[in-house]
Ligand binder design. Structure first.
Ligand SMILES: *Cc1c(COP(=O)(O)O)cnc(C)c1O
Length: 438
């Protein structure tokens, strides 16, 4: 039997192996990113060992003198970045932020609309039958927003019809959630707000993926376009660490605050709030430059893959206006197999359902698509020319069927030059350096 000390060493060994591996990988998961050393420093502070229930300045706990100042600063900087009247930075993740929205703006049994999962929707907006948060946890009846498959966007006319039909049937949507996990083009918030408000619905917007792009002014401004409330994650296109948040208008502040606490959180991961506050300062300084490079890189990667014969969707619209690309990969295998193949070459991507996959009888484990995101490789300092190199690695592994060990060796060599986090004030510690303080 291994001793406690053996197991202790085993775990640290695994953690260190992970770090060493990620130093050699091309990370293309659209929901992931790497924070600056400054954010990493903030999240190992003593803030992570404290409680601060309630609103800053009105806490239920003592000892919050500095914690309150940081949280107020976080709120202030978020308001600046998102032009929001009201911000709650206590939701500990995007899922919890969505739960806050549901608690504040709906009652169990209400109808909610969102994109289905094959159409890019997230499990948090999923139906009860799928175990989705909206259905299974809040008891909402989820109806789908219609997607135009070619445009990879919500179909405005059909959405209007569906909303009117639901209203005529006596179950108007109480909440319509824009936003998605495959989110290449801005959603028609402006076009649909009036229709939603006319049936007394709340306009929600899930900015988990695009929060950084919104803060960097590279994507639509949902509040300005009519959204009543926005949920977000702080670590996808935003600068991290993993956390959540809600943006809204002053008139909704009381019900959002109450939904968050006592509704959804007790401790709210104060170390993460500290990290997000540092990330906000970085966004203010570097956000525009970073996010405009993200969009350029995503388009360049789409183009380079397309030129090599990959079926990157929405070619007629330049593939994307965000950080994400959706590729129909079925000619070369299924998404699950491709994901595994690329991982052996140290290229980390994820399989993804295509909008028509369920009808084709495909399952999430082996869908027809893959999803690529460029936020993390952009943060590592890569530009358009590196996107061509990455497309070439993917071509060699999938189309040429070169020995994966050979592609992997070249990926590792390529990756050596991108070890630091860019778009931050200080980066003397490398991005994936293992930090030992024992
Ligand atoms: C990632 C994601 C979430 C969940 O965010 P977490 O921070 O991982 O909890 C919610 N909604 C959408 C659309 C997402 O893509």
């Amino acid at each position: 039997m291994p001793t406690g000390k053996d197991e202790y060493n085993n775990v640290f060994n695994l953690l260190q192996q992970h770090h060493r591996w990620f130093q050699k990988c091309i990370p293309l998961i659209a929901s992931e990113n790497t924070p600056s050393p400054a954010v990493r420093e903030a999240i190992i502070t003593d803030f992570g060992n404290r409680y601060a229930e309630g609103w800053p300045g009105e806490r239920v706990y003592a000892g919050c003198r500095f914690i309150d100042q940081v949280e107020f600063k976080c709120i202030e900087l978020m308001k600046r970045l998102f032009n929001a009247e009201f911000v709650d930075v206590r939701p500990i993740s995007g899922v919890v932020a969505n739960l806050v929205l549901y608690a504040a703006f709906t009652e169990p049994g209400d109808t909610m609309m969102a994109l289905s999962i094959p159409c890019g929707g997230h499990i948090t907006t999923g139906k009860k039958e799928l175990g989705g948060t909206a259905g299974a946890v809040r008891g909402l009846v989820v109806e789908y927003l219609p997607l135009d498959y070619k445009e990879l966007n919500i179909d405005v006319d059909r959405a209007k019809e569906r909303i009117s039909k639901l209203a005529a049937d006596g179950r108007p949507p109480k909440l319509v959630m824009f936003g998605a996990s495959v989110f290449p083009f801005p959603h028609p918030v402006k076009e649909l707000t009036e229709t939603i408000h006319a049936v007394n619905g709340t306009v929600g917007y899930d900015a988990a993926h695009v929060a950084g792009l919104i803060a960097g002014k590279q994507f639509q401004d949902p509040l300005k376009e009519g959204a009543d409330v926005v949920s977000l994650s702080t670590h996808k296109t935003f600068f991290g660490p993993q956390h959540g948040g809600v943006l809204s208008w002053d008139k909704y502040s009381d019900k959002i605050k109450r939904a968050t606490f006592p509704g959804m959180v007790s401790n709210h991961h104060l170390h993460a709030v500290a990290g997000v506050t540092i990330a906000c300062a970085e966004m203010l300084e570097f956000g525009k430059e970073y996010t405009s490079q993200i969009v350029k890189n995503a388009k360049a990667l789409g183009q380079a893959l397309y030129e090599r014969g990959f079926n990157v969707l929405a070619e007629h619209k330049g593939f994307t206006k965000s950080h994400v690309l959706l590729i129909d990969i079925i000619k070369h295998g299924d998404g699950g197999t491709i994901e595994e193949t690329l991982e052996k070459a140290n290229i980390i991507i994820n399989r993804n359902l295509l909008p028509w996959d369920i009808k084709e009888g495909r399952h999430f484990m082996h869908p027809g698509g893959i999803r690529l995101g460029v936020s993390e490789i952009t943060r590592l300092g890569m530009k358009e020319s590196e996107m061509t190199e990455i497309a070439e690695f993917i071509r060699r592994a999938i189309m040429n069927k070169e020995p994966l060990e050979k592609v992997k060796a070249d990926v590792e060599k390529f990756r050596k030059d991108y070890q630091k986090v860019h778009y931050c004030f200080e980066n003397s510690t490398e991005a994936y350096k293992y930090i030992k303080i024992r």
